[in-house]
Every structure is written in C-alpha cells, then in structure tokens.
Write a protein that binds this ligand. Structure first.
Ligand SMILES: Nc1nc2c(ncn2[C@@H]2O[C@H](COP(=O)(O)OP(=O)(O)OP(=O)(O)O)[C@@H](O)[C@H]2O)c(=O)[nH]1
Ligand SMILES: [Mg+2]
Length: 434
C-alpha cells in the first residue's frame, strides 16, 4: 500500500480546492464560540491547501442520527456548494461513518464530504517527513478509513483526489478489501513497536538527565521557544502542525545544570483519539518528561480554551500528574493592558514571555531552575533483601552515587527525578510486605 501522499496542489498553477465550512450551534454554545471554531477550521482548511468560499452555521438541539444536520439542510447545502463551485464540504464536528456516508450520498459524485478529523489527518499526511511520522499517519488514516470504506468513497478518490482523500489506499488499491487494510494496520503497529523499542534504547542512554518537554496548542510558538532557548534551528511556520517530529536539545541553565529539552507535535481541540494513539511513539518524550512546559498563545482570546485542551490531551495520555510550568507566549502581540491583567488573573502562576523577541526568557529559565531543584534530587533508597531484583532497574534509571549495607538492607544514595525515586522506594517497600 502506498505511503506517499500525492499532493495534486503542490503545483502552484493548479487551482486550490474550494470548500464550504459547516458549523453547528448547539443550545449551549454561544455564537462567538461557533465563529471561533469555524475560523480555526478555516485555518486548518488553508493549511491543507484549500480555499474557503463559504461558511454555514445551523442551530440544532441535537445531531440528526442519519445526516447530522437533517436531510433538508443537507440538500440545500449541496446546492449552495454547487453554486459556489465547491468540491468540498467540511464539517467542524465529527461525523459518524454512517452520517458521512449518507451526506456523501446527498452530495453526489462531484462534492466530497469530510469532517474535522479527516481534515486534520490530511494535514498530518502533508507534513509527515520522517519514517516514524509517516508510519503513524498512515496508521491513523487507515483506522479512520476502515469504517468509511464504501464504493462511492473509492470512486471519489479515483475521480477527485485532493483533500480528504490523500493517502489512504492508493489508486491501485481501490478495490482493496477490509481484510487487507486490517493486515496493513497490524503491520504498521508492529513497525511502530519496533520504532518505540529503538527509541527506548536511545532514551536509556540519556537516563541521568532531567527532561523537559514543550507541549501546547498548535501554532502557540513551541518551536520558536525551543529555538530561543537552545540552538535547535527547528522549523517554524505560521501554520498548523508545522512540527510532527520530536527534536531534543541540551539546554544549559548554569555551569552546573544542563537539561534536555524536547519540542514535539502540537495539540488541537477535538484531536482525533486514534491520531493521538498513533502518535504515542512521537509523544514518548512527553511521556518520559520530568517537567512539562505548557506553551500558550497568550494573544488569542481562546487562551483558556487552549489550556483546557492541553490538559484534556494530557489526561487522555495519563500524564496529567507530570509537574508543569505554564508559559504564556507572544507577550509582544498583546496590545492592551486589560488583556494582560486578565491573563495574569486567569494564570496566576504563568510565566509571560515572547519567544520571538526573546523577552523575559530569564524569568522562564529561573522558573525551570526552581522546578529542577525541586524535582531532581539526591536521596537515599533503602532496598530490603527481598527486593534485590529492583537493583537493575535502579541502576538503569538513576545515577547511583554511593552504596552501603545495613543488615539485610542495601542503602543507595541516588540522584534523579523525585517521582522516580519515590516510585522505586514504594516498589521496594511493597515487595517487603508480600
Ligand atoms: N508575535 C509573536 N509571534 C510568535 C511568537 N512565538 C512564535 N510566534 C509565531 O507563531 C507562529 C507559530 O510558531 P511555531 O514556533 O511554529 O509554533 P508551534 O507551537 O511550534 O506550532 P506547530 O509546530 O505548528 O504546532 C510563527 O509564525 C511564529 O513566528 C511570539 O513570541 N510572538
Ligand atoms: Mg512546532
């Protein structure tokens, strides 16, 4: 199966696909929220190479189970799209495979119906460069595609290509059946496990370092901050999901302290869950971090919503207990005093910086140093004889500075992340009880 994603619009002379966006205003959502979500969908569409020519919002109490927006509305949407010369209808909400199929049936053979998740996966496919990213994206695409594979869909892919049909089974696989896709999914999962193993070997080599990962909403300025703090030269772009891979660099805080800083893929609201799941190996640096820097674009009115999204994704990854510093970025773009005061009220612990203008980075560095001295400690581990098996793990995950004995107990003076020391001590105590 093909993993290359033929981009038919890489040729600047070929026209951009025209799209109409559809947002639903539920009873509990404000008009402003719907508009903000649609303008984010517009950015996503543009990042995918499309051109937005119309936006439609509709009020509903609940989604229609068969067509999401109702049959009549779907019909009129189709005519609007045709009139505007659109080849794409993009829903801000996720459609079930059967809703998507029914809507596609209404739209006919010259207009594609896709949803937000499909669009995000499409952007990931465009931006994937490394073997790891490509493998992860293909896995997410196939998992998304599997329940949606219909004759009409494959017909659309063959006839139209472009946004929403990029990747997936290539043209030669149009008649590919679900069984083949499932076996390809399995193969990709095996490959990712292999990549994860390689990564684990690399990370063991760095075991004694204090590790920090930048997390945040896409376009918040994580890579810019990475470049400002280290000499990483990570790719920065005013577009969504510019970064899909992880970069790690050494950051020297003072003559005695250097730590490892990692930049990685950004988050977005309603990030498809199987996409997060497929990106687990890229997110390994986040999982293993001793400290997270939650980077927020402080200049957008959605700063708080973005912060909530970051926390939701971290919760999904079961990483919400990792210590963190909230970094409010783009200080230079905040023009009025009152928004600044409001931000300080919303994020009293937040460190305000400008990554691009390198403003107040010393404040951030001292916050990092403070967290470092709190989280990275020298302590003693008492290992009873029943728990000697743990010694291997201890030597692998911590720096052992001294070793002595007291009757049946080995006493190790270790240096490393406080939470790892605590976990290992708890395990040692546990094996004593059993
Ligand atoms: N005004 C202003 N713009 C910034 C600042 N930091 C970053 N930017 C801009 O914000 C955009 C996104 O920056 P990136 O560093 O690529 O953001 P990111 O969080 O790595 O984004 P993804 O990798 O796409 O998720 C770029 O156009 C940057 O120039 C800042 O402090 N102030
Ligand atoms: Mg980036």
């Amino acid at each position: 199966m093909s993993t290359t994603h033929l981009d038919r619009r890489a040729d600047p002379n070929s026209p951009r696909e025209k799209a109409i966006l559809v947002g639903v205003r539920w009873d509990d959502t404000s008009r402003q929220t719907v508009e903000e979500h649609l303008s984010e969908l517009r950015l996503l569409t543009e990042t995918a190479g499309g051109e937005v020519v119309g936006e439609v919002t509709q009020r509903r109490t609940r989604p229609d189970t068969t067509t999401f927006i109702g049959k009549g509305k779907a019909e009129s949407l189709k005519w609007q799209a045709a009139e505007l010369g659109c080849t794409l209808i993009i829903f801000d909400d996720d459609l079930t495979p059967s809703q998507q199929k029914n809507l596609q049936h209404v739209a006919g053979d010259s207009i594609k119906v896709i949803d937000r998740s499909g669009l995000i996966i499409d952007i990931f496919a465009r931006h994937a460069r490394t073997r790891e990213a490509k493998t992860q994206v293909e896995l997410a695409q196939l998992q998304y595609l599997l329940p949606r594979l219909t004759r009409q869909w494959t017909h659309l892919e063959r006839q139209m290509g472009g946004i929403g049909t990029r990747g997936g089974p290539g043209e030669a696989q149009i008649e590919v059946d679900r069984r083949l896709i499932r076996s390809r999914i399995k193969k990709l999962q095996d490959e990712l496990r292999h990549i994860a193993d390689e990564r684990a070997v690399q990370s063991r080599r760095r075991r004694n370092a204090f590790r920090i990962a930048l997390v945040g909403y896409t376009n918040a300025g994580k890579s810019t901050l990475m470049n400002a703090l280290t000499d990483a030269e990570v790719f920065v772009e005013d577009q969504l999901f510019a970064t899909l891979d992880t970069t790690t660099r050494k950051l020297t805080l003072d003559e005695n302290t250097s730590i490892l800083l990692s930049d990685t893929v950004g988050f977005i609201r309603k990030l498809p869950h199987h996409l997060i799941a497929s990106f687990r190996s890229t997110l390994a640096e986040v999982a293993e971090a001793d400290l997270l820097l939650k980077v927020i674009d402080a200049a957008t009115p959605q700063a708080m919503e973005h912060f909530t999204t970051i926390n939701q994704v971290l919760e999904y990854l079961e990483l919400n207990d990792t210590p963190s510093i909230t970094v409010l970025n783009k200080l230079d773009a905040i023009t009025d005093r009152s928004s600044l005061t409001q931000l300080q009220r919303q994020f009293p612990e937040g460190v305000i910086v400008s990554a691009i203008r390198r403003l107040r980075l010393e404040q951030l560095e001292s916050a990092i140093l403070e967290a470092y001295s709190r989280e990275f400690v020298t302590d003693q581990l008492r290992i009873p004889i029943q728990a000697v098996k743990l010694l291997d793990t201890i030597y692998q995950s911590l720096e052992v500075k001294d070793r002595s004995y007291e009757e049946d107990t080995t006493i190790l003076t270790v240096r490393g992340p406080k939470n790892i020391i605590q976990t290992l001590q708890a395990r040692a105590d546990g094996s004593q009880d059993s």
